[in-house]
Design a protein around this ligand. Structure first.
Ligand code: GRF
Length: 197
């Protein structure tokens, strides 16, 4: 039986769309069980809805972190989710939530971790003058972008690169490797001794 994904997003949702395209094209054998946004105006939520997916709005504004995450966990359990994928989810998860789903939460980050964790990773890369950057799919643990790495892709930083140009080059690779990593994990391959979901 296909593994069931729960996608959490807050904005544009291009990584979600890339995953949904991989599923629709038959390149990825998973089911998108639910797409949850904490923001009503997230374009990704609308995209999920218009694809006929189970798109759920759980507004987080003004809510205490763990109280919100308990709602989130209930929605995830209700949908029998096997693997949670953060895709531009702009809210820190509580330690409680992370402990509830050990090695079951993935994130994509626009740098070659452990370099440049946190916000504005592409800007950090440009400011440091690195010659290569890229993106990383990793498990979420209680640290900042610090969980075990699953997949990475490298892109060159070119002379005269702007933030927009570098971000777009990285984003193309994000769209490719997120689906790849999900396929690897849900296909039953053993990663870092953790087994598959
Ligand atoms: C991506 O750059 C991702 O690496 C980061 O947030 C951005 C989300 O973009 N975590 P999108 O909403 O998937 O288009």
């Amino acid at each position: 039986m296909s593994k069931r994904l729960g996608i959490l997003l807050s904005g544009r949702g291009s990584n979600f769309i890339a995953i949904a395209d991989s599923v629709a094209a038959g390149r990825l054998d998973v089911e998108i069980a639910v797409v949850i946004s904490n923001r009503a105006d997230a374009p990704g939520l609308l995209a999920a809805h218009s694809r006929g997916l189970n798109a759920v709005l759980l507004p987080s504004r003004g809510m205490e972190r763990e109280a919100y995450d308990r709602q989130l966990a209930a929605e995830i359990r209700k949908n029998n989710v096997d693997l949670i994928c953060l895709a531009g989810y702009l809210r820190l998860l509580s330690p409680w939530f992370i402990r509830e789903f050990p090695m079951r939460i993935l994130n994509i980050h626009p740098s070659l971790l452990p370099a440049f964790p946190g916000l504005d990773a592409q800007r950090q890369a440009l400011e440091h003058g690195v010659k290569f950057s890229g993106c990383t799919v990793h498990y979420v643990d209680e640290g900042l972008d610090s969980g075990p790495i699953i997949q990475q892709a490298v892109v060159p930083v070119l002379e005269g690169d702007t933030l927009e140009a570098l971000s777009a080059r990285i984003l193309r690779e994000e769209h490719r490797i997120y689906s790849e990593a999900i396929g690897l994990l849900t296909g039953g391959k053993r990663i870092l001794g953790s087994g598959s979901v």
